[in-house]
Design a protein. Structure first.
Lengths: 335, 450
């Protein structure tokens, strides 16, 4: 990018080809720099908050790092421990996959069902929309505390009501068989965001499609199957992908529910002694990651777990998106 | 397209560069060597971080005032409500205090092993302070692999609380001394509702509830956590299997689900609706601080305290219990280490501060001399814990580089065991030993366990 000396330009009246090329290149560089300058806010943000954490997580996963002293390169030792020695990892993987397999379909169906009902409401649609959306606004910690209270096996109103009709309620958050279903209830209750997206998509389905289907003699079920579902399939795909990623990352509700349900407070004032209570049934992958990184001073290993979570999330999303080509229809055609 | 690729490449390169520099903690390390003996303490404004809040924070501030009276050139700012996450963050950057106190002796391994807290030995040698002024348990939980980076500042000791009126009514004169007696008492003191659910429980042996943990129960059977080389011995020391068999038998007598339901209906441990304070439990294992809570929240409760009941085959264990406590140290990045040490030394080793803190917080003082001080507020119920603390059978949990990981792995197994979902106790304990050793090896540096 060297500039030609000023005297050169004065002495030569005609501009030779290579000088013209240089001028063009200069202009090109200036344009590139301008573009970069305009992009710089994004670039800085991308680098500081995305690329750097990502790259350093991968780097730290090959190190021993206790948060306090400098990290030290240990090669694949963290990954070897992850795959062959850590016995907590498999319950954590099982719990998380359980959520993906059970919670995600339920969430999509529930949100779709509620949205469908709301489109049918003749009056008070604004009111019902608000009522069904409201739980999504509850802070996760407060919502979890509320559910642990409602589902308390001894004093909770849910088991109280079940008792009135002669059913002995389960131990909910205190029973390893019921803790995940209890969490599922909590997460289904807060499904408002997904519901709103479905509602918008349902309202968007062109009416003339329904009319022509009706003229062709299609009943309610066929209209749903052949008009509604194909029309909103991109939204279904979106909520399946987002729901899966959210299920893979579930942390707050599990953390709060296990700590409160265990009902113990350690003398050290450390609320994390009962993570996974009862019997590791709420020990989800991100909960274990937190425990390793921030409680056991094992941040290098936690980084290795994070890398695996990233790879698995990516792979699952890829499978869903690939597979979706068969059933997702884009109204504007594929771009 | 090429331009975007270039920008991306630049971003990734930049990130790599930052990653290479970062993630390694700060390297500026003021060795903080102590000044020569007899030098005067220079004026400074220093900061003390403590975990205490509210009333208890006031007690700490009173002691700090005494220090300021003796050293008027040093002004101390006391910050309460600090937890270990903040101490760890301060070790990595930002504002570091000059002295920090943690509730969690389990983390001494991380603080000492990493150098996040400085080695206090040079200061102690200079000022002629030997760690033999502390009993063996607090001496051990404030150092890690030979580095003494902390001193104990008050301790907790665990014993048996029992409701005297309930025991008397059932025909018992004194507290149970063996676990066999404890079982007998518990069964007699338990009251069931008509539907079979539990109304009053004699003694609840479930772990992961209130202060019930394997560490608090361990001294009942003299269970050892590790062997000489630091390997986990939960499976090889028969005491643990004996403890868990006794515990499970009593749980089965109540019915596990009955107990879980009973627990779920109880009030919060650290509130005025604590089950023992409410008379829903006849006996409970708890720390010495409960005496202060009861005085405040249930002053009319007819109770008394005793050491934990022990293995009937090993009655000599009686008198001891579990102890752990607060630790206090100087962060590596502290600005005024000399003045920080002066404050730390005052709080942790002077009889005056120890007695005042113990009277105010109702925690056990941690120097042998202050525990015998005539200035300690006399209270026979609290006296029990001073005696437990000084007993030769009293033990603490080992300090490791992985914090309390080994206790939590053990808790996880015990929870399955007490619920009846782990049938082979011996094999289960041996398996937990293996997991604990592997976890520790990974935390200590990523070596494989052969």
């Amino acid at each position: 990018m060297s500039l030609a000396p000023a005297s050169d330009r004065l002495e030569r009246p005609s501009v030779p080809a290579d000088a013209r090329r240089r001028a063009r290149r200069r202009a090109q560089w200036r344009r590139r720099l301008t573009v970069l300058a305009f992009m710089s806010p994004w670039l800085v943000g991308f680098t500081a908050f995305f690329a750097y954490p990502l790259v350093s997580t991968v780097y730290l996963s090959f190190t021993h790092y206790d948060l306090l002293s400098p990290s030290r390169w240990i090669g694949l030792a963290n990954y070897r421990y992850l795959f062959s020695q850590d016995k907590q990892i498999w319950p954590a993987v099982y719990n998380t996959l359980w959520l993906v397999a059970i919670l995600v379909p339920l969430k999509v169906m529930f949100a779709f069902g509620v949205a469908l009902m709301l489109t049918r409401a003749r009056r008070g649609i604004g009111f019902f929309r608000t009522v069904f959306y409201l739980p999504a606004l509850a802070p996760p910690v407060a919502a979890t505390l509320g559910f642990v209270y409602l589902l308390n096996p001894a004093t909770g109103p849910v088991n109280g009501a079940l008792g009135l009709i002669g059913i002995e309620g389960p131990l909910w958050f205190n029973d390893p068989g019921w803790s995940k279903p209890a969490l599922t209830l909590l997460l289904l209750w807060g499904v408002g965001n997904t519901m709103i997206i479905f509602l918008a998509a349902l309202i968007d389905v062109p009416n003339h499609l329904y009319e022509s289907a009706e003229l062709d003699g299609a009943g309610a079920w066929r209209r749903l199957r052949w008009v509604t579902l194909p029309s909103i399939s991109p939204v279904i795909l979106f909520s399946v992908v987002i729901g899966t990623i959210e299920a893979l990352q579930l942390f707050t509700q599990a953390f709060v529910a296990s700590t409160i349900a265990a009902g113990s407070a350690s003398s050290a004032g450390d609320p994390a002694n009962d993570l996974g209570y009862p019997e590791d049934s709420t020990l989800f992958y991100p909960v274990l990651l937190f425990q390793q990184g921030f409680r056991f001073f094992n941040m290098g290993y936690a980084a290795a777990m994070a890398v695996l979570l990233f790879v698995v999330s990516f792979a699952i999303t890829l499978v869903i998106v690939r597979n979706s080509r068969r059933w997702v229809h884009y109204a504007g055609g594929r771009t | 397209m090429r331009r975007i690729a270039m920008a991306l490449a630049a971003a990734v390169l930049l990130a790599l560069g930052v990653a290479a520099c970062g993630g390694t903690g700060d390297s500026s390390d003021d060795a903080g060597a102590p000044v020569a003996k007899g030098s005067e303490l220079k004026p400074a404004d220093i900061t003390l971080w403590v975990g205490f809040t509210q009333r208890e924070l006031g007690v700490i501030k009173d002691s700090v005032k005494e220090f300021e009276k003796e050293n008027p050139q040093v002004k101390v700012k006391v910050v309460g409500g600090i937890n270990d996450d903040k101490i760890i963050a301060a070790a990595r950057g930002g504002n570091a205090p000059d002295v920090a106190q943690s509730f969690s002796a389990d983390n001494a391994g991380a603080f000492c092993g990493s150098g996040a807290w400085i080695d206090l030995k040079p200061y102690m040698d200079r000022d002629g302070i030997s760690d033999s002024i502390f009993p063996p348990a607090p001496r051990s939980y404030t150092q890690f692999e030979g580095t003494r980076c902390a001193l104990p500042m008050l301790a907790d000791a665990y014993g048996l609380y029992y409701n005297e009126a309930m025991l008397k009514k059932a025909g018992f004169d004194g507290p149970p001394k063996t676990t066999a007696e404890l079982t007998e008492y518990a069964k007699k003191l338990t009251v069931r509702n008509d539907d079979g659910s539990l109304k009053v429980v004699g003694f609840n042996p479930s772990m992961s509830w209130y202060s019930n943990t394997p560490s608090n129960f361990g001294p009942m059977y003299g269970g050892k956590w590790t062997d000489g080389s630091g390997k986990s011995t939960l499976g090889s020391d028969p005491a643990w299997a004996k403890l868990l068999s006794w515990q499970k038998d009593l749980i089965d007598w109540y019915g596990y689900d009955n107990l879980v339901k009973f627990q779920a209906g109880l009030g919060d441990e650290f509130s005025a609706s604590n089950a023992f304070e409410k008379g829903k439990l006849a006996m409970n294992i708890d720390g010495e601080w409960r005496t202060a809570f009861i005085a405040d929240e249930a002053p009319d409760l007819p109770y008394n305290t005793a050491p934990v009941p022990v293995d009937p085959d090993n009655p000599d264990l009686y008198g001891g219990g579990y102890t752990t406590g607060n630790i206090i140290g100087i962060p590596k990045r502290a600005e005024h280490k000399e003045q920080g040490w002066a404050l730390l030394n005052f709080l942790a080793t002077s009889d005056k501060a120890q007695v005042q803190l113990s009277n105010g917080l109702r925690n056990v003082p941690t120097t042998a001399s202050s525990a015998k001080s005539p200035d300690l507020k006399p209270d026979p119920k609290f006296q029990t814990f001073l005696e437990i603390f000084g007993n030769e059978n009293t033990t603490t949990t080992p300090v490791t580089a992985a914090g309390s990981a080994y206790q939590e792995l053990f808790n996880g197994f015990v929870n399955k065991w007490q619920a009846g979902r782990a049938s082979d106790l011996k094999a289960g304990l041996a398996d937990i030993d293996k997991q604990i050793d592997a976890q520790l090896a990974n935390v200590e540096g990523g070596q494989d366990v052969p």
